[in-house]
Design a protein around this ligand. Structure first.
Ligand SMILES: [Zn+2]
Ligand SMILES: [Zn+2]
Length: 282
């Protein structure tokens, strides 16, 4: 059984609780490690990112918890870094400044080929996805989805990070309305990204949040992509992307069984500053 979670948000970004509440819950669950991955600071205001002015407070608070609970659990300070070309800060600059243990790289805001407006593909509101698709891409779903994957590819090529976060989040609000993941143009985009993941030796996150929030009928990434990942022998990390302590291990038992059924034999875990393989046991 997986006894760690390396993707979670506290009230330093858009999570509901104080970091210490997650630590206490993780200890109750018998976890050996947890990593905090607040959304990285952005140069404009959002409801979800860690505000730049609170960076030091975040760093100090995680340090305090690391020492307070050192005998019970390993605690890591990380970020889910957002990549928007020409807008977000270089990942390594942020990692060094905040002395991070690791980084997840994710795309939540897609930049169209022209104009300054961004397409928010995440969050609870499907309306924003639909409005952006129409206003910024003339309703052309293929172009819009391609931009999401091109931006992901650019992030992989330009930035330093460890784990690719929810690599097909673009499918969440689509909800099988404008395209299906079986379409060949979509599969080609996924394959190009996976080739880059492999070349850059990244870990792909298997994120259970879409399932337990009932926003998606499959994990991020979907089952077809999971098969590809297995085929290509790309390492995976199971995470819940928790936004409250009760979500720390949601979906873990099911996803482990799914991965075993797909033929995976191990997942990754972070320990003593390094990513390591651990055997997958049901
Ligand atoms: Zn995310
Ligand atoms: Zn997240």
């Amino acid at each position: 059984m997986i006894k760690a979670n390396f993707h979670q948000h506290s009230l330093f970004s858009d999570g509901k609780n104080h970091p210490e509440d997650y630590v206490l819950q993780a200890i109750r669950l018998g976890f050996t490690a947890i990593g905090f991955t607040e959304h990285s600071p952005l140069p404009f205001s959002t409801y979800y990112a860690l505000p730049q002015r609170r960076e030091n407070e975040y760093v100090n608070e995680i340090d305090r918890l690391k020492s307070k609970y050192a005998a019970e659990i390993k605690i890591y300070r990380a970020l889910e870094q957002d990549f928007i070309p020409g807008i977000t800060e270089n990942f390594s600059t942020v990692s060094n400044r905040m002395n991070l243990d690791y980084s997840i790289g994710s795309v939540h805001l897609v930049a169209p080929s022209h104009g300054d407006e961004l397409w928010f593909i995440d969050g609870p509101e499907r309306r924003l996805y639909d409005e952006g698709l129409h206003a910024l891409f003339n309703g052309n779903i293929r172009e819009a989805v391609s931009r999401f994957f091109f931006q992901t590819n650019e992030m992989i090529e330009k930035e330093a990070f460890d784990v690719l976060g929810h690599m097909d989040k673009i499918k969440m609000h689509n909800a099988n309305r404008f395209f299906t993941v079986e379409e060949s143009w979509y599969q080609d985009l996924v394959m190009q990204t996976l080739e880059l993941v492999k070349a850059h030796r990244l870990i792909v996150e298997i994120n259970t949040r879409g399932i337990y929030k009932k926003r998606s009928d499959s994990y991020f990434p979907d089952h077809l992509t999971l098969r590809q990942i297995k085929e290509m022998n790309i390492p995976v990390l199971i995470s819940s992307d928790a936004h409250m302590p009760e979500e720390l291990n949601l979906g873990f038992a099911e996803v482990q069984q799914h991965l075993i059924d797909f033929g995976f034999t191990s997942t990754m875990t972070f320990d003593e500053g390094k990513w390591k393989e651990q055997p997958l046991i049901g």
